[in-house]
Design a protein around this ligand. Structure first.
Ligand code: SAH
Length: 218
């Protein structure tokens, strides 16, 4: 029997396999847990219906409200830099579609994610719940302040470009914690920065150039 739904499923699985091989593995991402997560999470369910056939393209895509879901490689790369493992707790600023949160949730114990656009916060919380992610908590708010109640975090990933690193996010980073954030002016090319907290001190490294939507304030 031919089931049209399973054909669809195969089509997306194949697109996802290609994505992982060509965009992620060939560009050097090695962490097995992350590759497995990229292979598992149905990215086509995180984009608007009209972009479903482009979900596995090598690019960001619009998700409404002038925001975007990041390019698959950037999601994998930022996750790898953050060094996830099942003992860790992560904070994400900029939930957007929820895709990065889902990839993190596959590789760490618990994910807290903050989104400043109320409709996006609501939609992504709903999507992640429907997909069965019980280890992600999404809230609406200004991520500048972090989420003190659940701090410290082993991982902080910011998915919008700030002009400076928000102080509260550094304060809420655990010892040996890793914070990944794009820094730069909204209209210019930005730099992806990694901060690592060692013996209470911050070590900073510059990773690569990126382009993200602006970090907003309430
Ligand atoms: N990680 C997302 C990418 C979303 S784009 C994904 O995987 O789809 C960046 C998101 O950051 C946007 O949804 C934007 O509304 C949000 N954002 C911008 N400034 C913010 C802030 N101060 N606090 C929380 N979210 C913010």
């Amino acid at each position: 029997m031919i089931n049209p739904d399973s054909n669809q499923k195969d089509r997306f699985r194949q697109a996802r396999e290609n994505m992982v091989r060509v965009q992620i593995i060939d560009r050097g991402v090695k962490d097995e847990a992350i590759l497995k997560a990229m292979m598992k999470v149905p990215r086509h369910l995180f984009v608007p219906e009209e972009y479903i056939n482009e979900a596995y393209y090598d690019s960001p895509l619009p998700i409404g409200y002038n925001q975007t879901i990041s390019q698959p490689y950037i999601v994998a790369y930022m996750t790898e830099v953050a060094k996830p493992d099942p003992s860790k707790t992560a904070l994400e600023i900029g939930t957007g579609s929820g895709y990065q949160a889902a990839i993190l949730a596959e590789t760490v114990k618990k994910v807290y994610s903050i989104e400043i656009i109320p409709d996006l916060a609501r939609e992504s919380a709903e999507r992640l719940k429907n997909l069965g992610y019980s280890n992600i908590v999404v809230k609406y708010g200004d991520g500048y302040q972090g989420w003190k109640e659940y701090s410290p975090f082993d991982i902080v990933i910011v998915t919008a470009a700030a002009e400076q690193i928000p102080g509260p996010l550094i304060d809420q980073l655990a010892e040996n914690g890793r914070l990944v954030i794009p820094i730069g002016e909204p209209s210019a090319i930005q730099e992806l920065i990694l901060l690592v907290k060692k013996n209470g001190k911050i070590e900073k490294s510059r990773l690569t150039f990126v382009r993200f939507v602006p970090f907003k304030r309430l």
